[in-house]
Design a protein around this ligand. Sequence first.
Ligand code: NAP
Ligand code: F7E
Length: 325
Amino acid sequence: MPNQKKAFITGITGQDGSYLAEFLLAKDYKVYGMTRRSSTDNLERIEHLRDKIEIVHGDLIDQSSITSILKEIQPDEIYNLAAQSFVKSSWSEPLATGEFTGLGVLRVLEAMRQVCPKAKFYQASSSEMFGSAPAPQSEKTPFHPRSPYAVSKVFGHYITVNYRESYGLFACSGILFNHESPRRGMEFVTRKIANGVAKIKLGLTDELSLGNLDAKRDWGFAGDYVKAMWLMLQQKNPDDYVIGTNESHTVREFAEESFCAAGIKDWQKYVKIDSKFMRPAEVMELRADITKAKNKLNWKPEIKFKELVKMMVEAEITRLSSKGY
Ligand code: NAP
Ligand code: F7E
């Protein structure tokens, strides 16, 4: 197709990568997704897109792979979503997290600077960078990262800003608050709860073990958030934006609402606290101030908290039931 826009996505096998690929395909982009070598197939989230996207092989740790890919593709837009994204694992694998989640950003930016400087770049930054800064957090809130993951993301954020200021690259940092979906990785608390509740509903278990129930997060729907990523790259000038819902709920509320969505009332009897799910340093409350995104991107979230919980719990019940449980 002449003049078809080309998008390159790192992290296409992840939750956001799969929704972003769907979104860009619907806008008639040619979509290229980078995957790293694995001894088993991990393309489950993009299986339904396999004949519509082009898979290219590379790794965030390997500069030459990224440079060759970008030189060959010459994308119009680059979405850097790949990262070691599980906060808890960043204490057990701090160096790998720094390599992928921090330095990985610089490798993509450096490749872009050398071989396709006219492309537009999106960096997947995180509300975890705010850490213990008081809520609500906006683009102006100073960072206080509380994990090796968050520290790595702060590096990724500032190197994106620095490459924009040093070389005039069109580079944006999207500071996204937690976003979830039925495609969320099983270790994250929302999917873990939805899955645990579905198993309890189907009589497969009678226990759900969790860590800190008091932590508050601003949870939105991943499908809404990929639109914000794209919108950032359609603006006249590159900039940084906070994306969230401006509502925060405790983990306890997420659990209670999930049991409620499954029609289970006496939910407390199933929930156990296990210290192995606690973190060395916790982030107690994240809540986004999305004034800038609303005004400049004309973006707002469509799916509310209760709808999100219901969507995730129902998807887990359907998934487990279809497996014959
Ligand atoms: P995810 O489901 O964990 O996906 C991470 C992706 O990164 C996977 O495709 C993974 O590939 C890839 N990856 C990891 N290490 C890599 C490497 N060395 N080389 C190439 N690819 C590598 O994460 P997500 O929830 O979609 O999040 C997307 C991005 O947004 C991440 O950068 C995350 O930190 C950030 N973020 C997420 C949220 C959220 O709430 N979801 C909020 C703020 C920011 P494999 O399949 O091979 O493991
Ligand atoms: O934890 C508490 C836990 O692992 C949320 C990533 O996408 O969003 C995500 O990071 C909260 C924390 O996500 C369990 O202590 C209690 O306070 O689902 P999570 P996260 O750490 O907020 C940010 C924005 C990102 O950028 C990250 O990539 O829930 N919690 N009990 C638990 N958490 C887990 N995982 N498991 C528990 O059993």
